[in-house]
Design a protein around this ligand. Structure first.
Ligand code: IPD
Length: 256
C-alpha cells in the first residue's frame, strides 16, 4: 500500500516522543501493576492525529483512550490498532526495550503492521502477503529446532490467575530449549521470533494492541501464530498467544 511510508514516518516520530520523554506522570489502571504514563497518552494522541490525516476513513482502537473494545463497525473498512508504548513498565523503569506498535486491519483482518524500537532504531514492518522487513531488509524466522533455540515468554502480568500456569509452562519449556527470556514487551518478543533471535514466544493473555502489528510481522516472516489451543488469533480482542518460528513445527507438549 502506498501509505506504508507515511505510516512509518509517523511511527518514527512517535518513537522520538518516547525517547525524549522526561519523568512522565504515571497513572494506574485495573490489574496488577498495570500502568499508563502521560507519554503513552501523548503518543497515542499524536498517532491518531497523524494517521487520520493519512487514512481519513479509518477507525481507531488504542490502548489508552478508552476506545479499547473491538466494535461491530470495525468489522468492515480500515481500523488502526495502536499500542503507543508496548512495554510501559520497561519505559517507567528505563529497562529496555519499549516499542511503538501500529497495526492496520481491513475488514477485521490484519493488512499492515509496524513495530518500532526507537532506542536501537529498529523498524519492523509487514504487509499481508508481502513479507516482513527490518529497516527495509527482508527477515525470516529461524529454521533451528527448539532444542537449539532461545525462547521468550510474557508473564501475563495483569492477570494473577494466569501466573501459576505461565511459569509452569516456562519451566517445562526451559528443558526443551537452550534458555528462556522475558523482555517486557509482547510486540518486541514476536519481532524477535520473526527475525530469528529466538524460536518461540508465548503468553497466556495479551491484548489486541499487543499483537495486531507483531503477529502479522511474525506471520510474514514464516512464523505460525496461534492461541494456546492452536487456533488462529481472532483480531477482535484479548487472546493467548504462541508464536513459533519455521523450525518449531508443532506446539510443544508442555502447552497441553
Ligand atoms: C504489556 C507488555 C508485556 C506483556 C503484557 C502486555 P503494555 O503491554 O507487552 O510484555 O507481558 O501482557 O500487556 O501494558 O506495556 O502495553
Amino acid at each position: 500500500m502506498m501509505i506504508m511510508d507515511d505510516i512509518i514516518s509517523a511511527v518514527k516520530e512517535a518513537g522520538e516522543i518516547m525517547i525524549n520523554a522526561k519523568r512522565p506522570k504515571i497513572m494506574e489502571k485495573a490489574g496488577h501493576a498495570n500502568f499508563c504514563t502521560e507519554t503513552d497518552e501523548k503518543i497515542q494522541a499524536f498517532l491518531i492525529d497523524k494517521l487520520s490525516a493519512i487514512l481519513p476513513e479509518a477507525d481507531f482502537l488504542g490502548e489508552e483512550d478508552g476506545q479499547d473494545v473491538f466494535s461491530s463497525k470495525m468489522e468492515s473498512g480500515y481500523c488502526f490498532v495502536i499500542d503507543p508504548i508496548d512495554g510501559t513498565s520497561n519505559f517507567i523503569y528505563e529497562y529496555r526495550p519499549s516499542v511503538v506498535s501500529v497495526g492496520l486491519l481491513k475488514d477485521g483482518k490484519p493488512c499492515m503492521g509496524i513495530v518500532y524500537d526507537p532506542y536501537d532504531d529498529l523498524l519492523f514492518s509487514a504487509e499481508a502477503g508481502r513479507g516482513a522487513y527490518l529497516n527495509g531488509e527482508r527477515i525470516m524466522s529461524s529454521n533451528a529446532p527448539l532444542s537449539d533455540s532461545l525462547t521468550v515468554f510474557g508473564t501475563a502480568p495483569y492477570y494473577e490467575e494466569l501466573q501459576e500456569r505461565s511459569f509452569d509452562i516456562a519451566k517445562k519449556l526451559l528443558r526443551l530449549c537452550v534458555d528462556v527470556r522475558r523482555s517486557g514487551t509482547a510486540a518486541w518478543d514476536m519481532c524477535c521470533v520473526a527475525m530469528g533471535r529466538c524460536s518461540l514466544y508465548f503468553e497466556l493473555k495479551i491484548q489486541i494492541w499487543d499483537y495486531a502489528a507483531a503477529a502479522l510481522i511474525a506471520t510474514e516472516a514464516g512464523c505460525t501464530v496461534t492461541d494456546a489451543e492452536g487456533k488462529p488469533l481472532s483480531y477482535r480482542g484479548p487472546a493467548s498467544c504462541i508464536c513459533r518460528s519455521r523450525g518449531v513445527k508443532e506446539i510443544p507438549d508442555c502447552f497441553k
